[in-house]
Design a protein around this ligand. Sequence first.
Ligand SMILES: [Zn+2]
Ligand SMILES: [Zn+2]
Length: 463
Amino acid sequence: MKLYNTLSKKVDELQINDNHIKIYLCGITVYDESHIGHARTIIVFDVLHRYLLSKQLKVKFVQNFTDIDDKIIKKSKSLNIDYKEVSQKYIKQYLDAASRLNVLEEIHYPKATDNIKYMIEIIKSLIDKNYAYVTVHGIYFQVKKFSHYGKLSKKTSDSIEAGARIDVDPTKRDPLDFALWKFSSEPPFWKTPWGTGRPGWHIECSAMALKYLGNPIDIHGGGNDLIFPHHENEIAQSESFTGNEFAKIWMHSGMVNINSEKMSKSVGNIISIDHAIHKWGPNTIRILCLSAHYSKPLEYTLSNLVESQSKWRMIENCFYELQFPNPTNEEPFEALNFSQNVLASIHNDMENDFNTASALSVFMKFVSELNNYASKEHITINISNIVFPIFRKMLYIFGLKVLELSNEETFDVKNHIFQRNVFRKNKEFKKSDIIRVKLKEKYGIELIDHKNYRTIWKKVEKP
Ligand SMILES: [Zn+2]
Ligand SMILES: [Zn+2]
């Protein structure tokens, strides 16, 4: 698989051996509700995860929670509650959102506070090797000791220095140096040989990545706002600690713009995941997030959402047409090659720098053709037997999930449809219509009338 690598500025081949492919995704700092930017990142990496599994590869996927941070402490103080209450609340909210977005469950989610011991071990080694030093305020990483600093972000040390001067800590030897540990005697704090305090943000991720995945990691991911300084600092401290390469491939997802404007707290245009799901449903949000190349900005606009929703409606329709085929054994078109070619083309797009946008448009063309066949009564049992399993594979890769009825509900619906068709045959259209409306209200289904009173249904995701 070829992936564009932020680090080397070229397309790198993902090396696949017998072992697991190790992915570390920088997770969220749990002090506030997750927003649509986070949703995009998890959806992109979830599809990467799914795609690799669909190729029969083994994947180890780790995504951390930063559950100790100044922002969390600040929030807990303002609400007068323990910092753990804050972090637990937002971890739960995030995991709920991930589950509603149909993110695979095979992800390990370590928390920073469970790994402080290992952070202290790394810091100790960095001090011993002279990469870090202790002041009255904290323990700092000495950036100039690491000659590759800036290799990820391609920043020159002059431009970094200018930015770093804003954060003036007089005890730092150099404005570029960053904190591995911050001394504090106010809780929450942890003990170290150098004094009590809490870890800096960057060391948390290095520790969890190295502890749970070892080194090097195959793919290190995150939003592209993390490239500098977070990932640059992760590289510096991890590679100084291990002497090895930290990550082979860096993959960063682009930002989400809300109506062409950058999403930010100061503009006040933050869209929470819960809000987006409530308003549009998880599948529409997924389609939207996959419809741009992962590295490019994503436009969250009404027209893009409406378009994504109409794509989802087409997919639902196609799923149910395949579920309830025309009960004949004809094969009105050559289905196997047709479907396999589409699947191969989706794979091709994914292999080429994980181009979900192109893969999705190939899939939509397939869906549209199948819906066309369905309207001509050409989705027969034979066709469905060939196409449906391949169609399901595609749904799996994109992580799309069509709502279905239980057996009991299906039984009830079938009875009602039978009764409705009796009314239709007798031209009692008012009565037949009452049943249609009733089924829609009770089960959220829409009926599709085919020829010769063959009526099927589709369950439609709200809204
Ligand atoms: Zn991180
Ligand atoms: Zn990271």
